[in-house]
Design a protein around this ligand. Structure first.
Ligand SMILES: O=C(O)CCC(=O)C(=O)O
Ligand SMILES: [Fe+2]
Length: 256
């Protein structure tokens, strides 16, 4: 899984190393030392994926099959995301006319996460609790580790790994669009001591500067508008200026 990128020698991976959140392709690590704080035990590769033609040449060309396999998977999962997003809009009985063109030219970011075995998995996390900025996120995992927060009882629930079954999450921008009818899913990545875990998150949003706003049809006297509008770039600005490990959430900056 992840088509071998993380098995490459360091110098090959480091060609993509970047701490700049605005960079369309970046390899990074959040392996931090320090006894006082939770440690994040993860390396990742993130890159844009739509339109494929525009971005595929910037992806790693090693291992040799990476582009072909990731390209195929990205395109498949994007079609699925568009279909699901259409169904969600339909379920809210709002007009698709304003949103559909923006989703058609929307962004897709692939986040490929690698969590090496951790000697003390209960002392650390792969990723801290967060919700994604997206409309919709689709996750494929090689083994269990993904957990979602159950809003009813406040407990973490493990997402099973079922032979390649995909996990679909509502993200912050669909919470905004639906005026809170749908809530973004708070999730985290836990670790294990035995084997490396890989996950591929496909993050779907509107275009870089297209603003997501609450659907007019869902605003009335009983249901005032609950969120400010924002774009993917606004999220990147938030990310550049905040550490999600501190428990700051993008969605909280949007609530009215
Ligand atoms: O590794 C996982 O299962 C979760 C990944 C994730 O939440 C993300 O990349 O945003
Ligand atoms: Fe996530």
């Amino acid at each position: 899984m992840a088509f071998g990128f993380f098995d490459l020698p360091s110098e090959e991976k480091l060609k993509f190393k970047s701490n700049d959140v605005y960079n369309p392709v970046r390899y990074g690590t959040s392996l931090k030392d320090g006894a006082d704080k939770v440690q994040f035990w993860r390396v990742f590769l993130k890159h844009y994926a739509h339109p494929l033609d525009a971005w595929i040449d910037s992806w790693p060309h090693n291992p040799p099959q990476y582009r072909e396999k990731m390209g195929k998977y990205s395109a498949q999962v994007r079609n699925l995301a568009l279909e699901l997003m259409g169904m969600i809009i339909e379920s809210l009985r709002i007009s698709p006319n304003r949103l559909t063109p923006k989703m058609d030219r929307g962004m897709q970011v692939m986040a490929v996460n690698c969590y090496p075995p951790c000697p003390k998995p209960e002392m650390a996390l792969g990723l801290p609790p967060h919700s994604d900025y997206t409309c919709l996120t689709i996750i494929l995992q090689s083994s269990t580790g993904l957990e979602i927060l159950d809003p009813d009882d406040g407990n973490w629930k493990m997402v099973p790994e079922l032979h390649g079954a995909l996990q679909v999450h509502i993200g912050d921008h669909f919470e905004v669009m639906s005026n809170g009818v749908y809530k973004s899913v708070v999730h985290r990545a836990t670790l294990n001591s035995e084997k490396t875990r890989i996950s591929i998150a496909s993050l779907h949003s509107l275009g870089m500067d297209d603003r997501m706003e609450t659907a007019n049809e869902l605003i009335d006297e009983q249901n005032p508008k609950r969120y400010k509008e924002s774009s993917f770039r606004d999220f990147l600005d938030f990310l550049a200026n905040n550490d999600i490990a501190d428990g700051k959430h993008f969605i909280d900056t949007l609530k009215i």
